[in-house]
Ligand binder design. Structure first.
Ligand SMILES: C[S@@+](CC[C@H](N)C(=O)[O-])C[C@H]1O[C@@H](n2cnc3c(N)ncnc32)[C@H](O)[C@@H]1O
Length: 259
């Protein structure tokens, strides 16, 4: 039986559908991924070990493995649903992909690495889920795990700071429009809520959703996002020697930090 259809569930289909709805939230998502991969191609050796932080169902991991045949990826996420979709769709990536269930808001993920060497960390559309104190701790932990010269690449909406009110307003208005239900409908793209509703009807969903509910108990998304300057300052405090934007469309950016 096709592994990606295990148990009657089309896991690869759920991953494709995930990517399609994420494109509604992140303009030029594929170009953003490519910008991150291009940096890795220029700055890392052919064989490297990467973390995919808050990997979801593995969109970043999948692209890393496809572009770098000698790379290995450790994909970390708190959500048992996301991890199961990823495992079902991508499996172990031919022995090069390991899935790790951990909460990045604590340092538990470090102990689950089992002393693995890590050369770079990637993250896409995810770290805004962490409160500032948790993000600061994550950056410190990353700085401990990465060797000198190790890379951190984060693709996310990283807002403009208060010193650029016109830029911030422009970007916020563009996002409010892009993320409205009417805009999703006009573009024929499913929203994240619609993806979750559809997944809930899959025969495999019920036990996974129960585990998910328990894992997220008491958690909520922070109300505000740290601005770019706060990310850069936190990374430098954590021991990264360089940090800055290498790709951008308004607040949609790729931040590169070098340990
Ligand atoms: C919008 S999704 C992005 C997933 C994927 N990186 C992508 O680009 O498609 C955000 C991800 O962050 C994960 N996440 C949120 N809080 C987390 C935490 N405290 N620890 C680990 N993962 C977390 C969620 O489970 C989800 O998979």
């Amino acid at each position: 039986m096709d592994r990606t259809r295990r148990g009657g569930t089309d896991w690869a289909g759920w991953l494709r559908r995930w990517d399609a709805q994420q494109e509604g939230y992140v303009d030029r998502r594929e170009a953003r991924f490519s910008a991150m991969l291009d940096v890795a191609a220029r700055l890392l050796p052919a064989s490297f070990v990467a973390l995919d932080l808050a990997c979801g169902p593995g969109s970043m991991s999948q692209r890393l493995l496809a572009r770098f045949p000698e790379a290995r990826v450790l994909a970390v996420d708190i959500d048992p649903v996301m991890l199961e979709v990823g495992r079902g769709a991508l499996g172990s990536g031919g022995g090069r992909l390991r899935w790790i269930e951990a909460d990045l808001a604590s340092s538990e993920w470090l102990s689950l690495l089992g002393g693995a060497r890590v050369d770079a960390a990637f993250s896409s559309t995810a770290l805004h889920w962490l409160e500032p104190a948790a993000l600061t701790r994550l950056y410190r932990d990353l700085s401990r795990v990465l060797p000198p010269g190790g890379l951190f690449l984060n693709g996310d909406h990283l807002p403009f700071g208060p010193e650029l009110p016109t830029f911030a307003g422009l970007s916020e208005r563009a996002l409010a429009e892009q993320w409205s239900d009417s805009e999703f409908a006009a573009r024929g793209i499913e929203t994240a809520e619609q993806w979750w509703e559809a997944f809930a009807a899959d025969p495999a969903a019920a036990p996974l959703l129960a585990k998910r509910k328990a894992r997220f108990a008491g958690k909520r998304r922070p109300e505000t996002r740290l601005d770019l300057d706060a990310h850069v300052a936190a990374l430098r405090d954590a021991g990264f020697r360089e940090a800055g934007t290498i790709w951008q469309e308004l607040s949609n950016r790729v931040l590169l930090a070098v340990r």
